[in-house]
Design a binder for this molecule. Sequence first.
Ligand code: GLN
Length: 377
Amino acid sequence: MQGFGTTIFAEMSALATRTGAVNLGQGFPDTDGPQVMLEAAVDAIRSGRNQYPPGPGVPELLAAVAGHQRRFYGIPVDPSSEVLVTAGATEAIAATVLALCEPGDEVVTFEPYYDSYAATIALAGAQRRTSVLRFPDFAVDEASLRAAFSPRTRLVLLNTPHNPTGKVFTRAELELIAALAREHDAWVVTDEVYEHLVFDGLEHVPMATLPGMAERTLTISSAGKTFSATGWKVGWLTGPAEAVTAVRTVKQFLTYVASGPFQPAVATALDLPDEVYAGLSTSLQAKRGLLCEGLEGAGLTVARPSGTYFVVADAAPLGVTDAVDFCRRMPELCGVVGVPVSVFHDDVDAARTLVRFAFCKRDDVLHEAVRRLSGLT
Ligand code: GLN
């Protein structure tokens, strides 16, 4: 694991704390999720659900995850064999890659990639093969994606909606990925933690809904994003029973089980009406507008995101040539923290001057950030 130091999120949050800058770096909301969910967690603690829960997850959460997949996407899921509750999506990703890959296998993914992907692939002794999504539209480049596949491809690690770009993969792009996965007899592991954070009436298309894909797709999500509870670390995985069993075998020896009292609380949240889900994306869409306009006003070029709570902006028009250095100096330059996108790349030249900002913050915090950013010009 040499080369994998402190994560950029920890570094930038520490920088924000140390300098008093507005932290638009690490992605976490500064308001809580649904009140009934919070109360359900308190009730679970008070009623003594504080010991090891069952390995696969508590029955009501398994049922709620299966119910969610059926309700939103029409995907049939058997709660007793096709769901696994994990310690956040992070563990679901790690346990899946460790379960499916042998040393020397190849994992196809897109860059920029979420930071745990590279580390997890390395832990499994596998190799990553990437295709670059390029600023500002981040479209899939068919030729480079095809070139990333080989006879050694074991799985594709996909993320839609995509962190850090805010891209929502189109159905046509997903069909191309699916066709290549079928051609190479590869699994698709799809990280859909931002599934409900999609804007402008766009549709999130789960990979498992494409023809012939349910049998080779493992779908991952998390309460962290959907219910603004990143600190609870409750995630889950759904897919074919045999593969879920393999992942569960690995998970047993990583964390054994996931946190007890938060699981029934997340089950309560998953069963909430559609308006609760829609409410978060509506509020985030307005925040997206606020921050994007602020960044443009400060002279950056913005790639308006279709999903997630991140926006990537190019600082080159401000004369910036290295976003890593710029992000380290941003607290003193303007009192705001962002994250350099190049740390999520192998091809750092593809993102030399790009910065990611999070907009999952209260409006007053975003207004203050925008006011401070305007000092850059
Ligand atoms: N997913 C969050 C982000 O992208 C942070 C997660 C973390 O700190 N590991 O900012």
